[in-house]
Ligand binder design. Structure first.
Ligand code: NI
Length: 212
């Protein structure tokens, strides 16, 4: 998921930055990974469970995904987006995106292997999302406002959290990638699928839109 809703000055990452850079001989071996875009088969198929979250190839993939996410200043990335059909996502919750609600706090980068999500009782919430695999666009997506999610960290420890707001949204968005689902498929009103550049010129207030 892309990181910014504060829009104004933010630009879409140049497409060239989404593609693998040459890795120098002394680079330490990490790579910026190429991002699969909407339509690629890897984004349309369910991903496979990770047999051993502590395996060296998982550690390598995670290091490359983190470097890729930092390079493009995103909020989250799922393994299928970098052409690896494994059930693994990484994400973080920047302080500026939190809603201020009790279970929506800033969250350092989390690596979640073999996640499972359970919606908790409560309303659906409409919020803006972008996706590195759908460059240039953003859409308003209804999702359960509160969820519980579980999974395994690469160290093998269990993760079990109840969250809401942006934290709940980014986890649902990233985990959808593991089931071959992109956010436009979750949208119920496609008038709210817009180009970021147009949105920046004339922002849409979701609350006002809902009241129409
Ligand atoms: Ni995405």
């Amino acid at each position: 998921m892309t990181a910014r809703r504060d829009e104004g000055a933010k630009r879409v990452p140049p497409v060239a930055r989404l593609y693998r850079r040459p890795v120098g001989p002394h680079s330490g071996g990490m790579s910026i990974l190429k991002i699969a875009r909407m339509g690629h088969p890897v984004l349309r198929s369910p991903a496979a469970p990770v047999a051993d979250p502590r395996a060296p190839e998982v550690r390598r993939l995670v290091a490359d995904m983190i470097e890729t996410l930092e390079d493009i200043a995103g909020a989250g990335l799922a393994a299928p987006q970098v052409h690896v059909p494994w059930r693994l996502v990484i994400f973080r919750v920047p302080a500026e995106r939190t809603t201020g609600r009790p279970d929506d706090l800033a969250q350092e980068l989390t690596v979640l292997v073999n996640p499972a999500i359970e919606p908790l009782p409560g309303p659906m919430e409409l919020g803006w999302e972008g996706c590195l695999s759908v460059p240039g666009l953003r859409g308003a997506v209804p999702r359960p406002a509160r969820i519980r999610y579980r999974g395994t960290a690469p160290a093998g420890t269990a993760i079990d959290r109840e969250v809401e707001g942006f934290h709940a949204r980014v986890v649902q968005h990233e985990c959808d990638h593991l089931d071959g689902i992109l956010y436009p498929q979750r949208m119920t009103d496609h008038r709210l699928l817009v180009f970021v550049e147009e949105w920046q010129r004339s922002p849409i207030d979701l609350a006002a839109f809902a009241a129409q």
